[in-house]
Design a protein around this ligand. Structure first.
Ligand code: SF4
Ligand code: SF4
Length: 207
């Protein structure tokens, strides 16, 4: 049989215990929360990597990614070569009022153009203002944390190995070529390594 008043005593004991503990309430916005580095705050776009392949928009379960583009003709890299066409991004927007932060778009992007940013301060009073365009998505790239460092014992990633090999090949070819008077080799310039005239650049050959 319960002693009369024991329930009240138990309740007061809980109250006393709680009163003597340190408060865990975060004083936001005066104090910023300490977020985990992989927090899913917002999606950032690195538009230089986007080839307008449309995979993200097709795979998004909420259909909240809007992409517009047009095709552009790239002249042949060498005389007698074939012209190429490439996609040029005109619009990239995400409606965050529909997005469910599943991360599928980021997972499926084959060109590393989408990233999670921990930024979360983009609340709006009008739901229509939650559709954010490419400039805003691009700005959020600056808030994306750096990826964790590679394991020193891990194999070199194939992309880095391929880039290093290609850079070494270019340097060796340049060292062997006799310098012509008035010639200036511009790395990354038109027709140069990585320049727009070289085949295989993002967005090329997708006609
Ligand atoms: S996180 Fe999911 S819902 Fe949001 S835009 Fe990407 S795929 Fe669509
Ligand atoms: S999947 Fe990546 S590269 Fe393709 S359209 Fe989307 S962001 Fe651009």
């Amino acid at each position: 049989m319960a002693i009369p008043g024991s329930g009240l005593a138990k309740g007061l004991a809980v109250t006393l215990r709680t009163m003597t503990k340190r408060s865990v309430t975060a004083q936001y916005p005066q104090a910023q929360p300490d977020l985990a580095p992989r927090t899913r705050g917002v999606i950032a776009l690195f538009e230089e990597n986007c080839t307008v392949c449309m995979l993200c928009a097709r795979e998004c379960p909420d259909w909240c990614i809007y992409i517009d583009s047009h095709k552009e003709t790239v002249p042949a890299a060498a005389a007698g070569g074939r012209e190429r066409s490439r996609n040029v991004l005109d619009r990239f927007a995400i409606d965050f009022s529909l997005c469910m932060y599943c991360g599928i778009c980021i997972e499926v992007c084959p060109f590393d153009a989408l990233f999670w940013s921990p930024e979360f301060e983009y609340a709006e009073t009008d739901i229509l203002d939650l559709t954010h365009e490419r400039d805003k998505l691009r700005d959020w790239m600056w808030t994306v944390p750096a990826p964790p460092a590679l394991d020193p014992a891990a194999e070199e990633p194939k992309e880095i190995a391929a880039a290093r090999k290609s850079a070494q090949k270019t340097l060796a070819a340049r060292a062997e070529a006799p310098a012509e008077p008035g010639e200036s080799a511009e790395p990354g310039g038109p027709g140069g390594p990585g320049g727009p005239g070289e085949s295989g650049g993002p967005g090329e050959g997708q006609a």
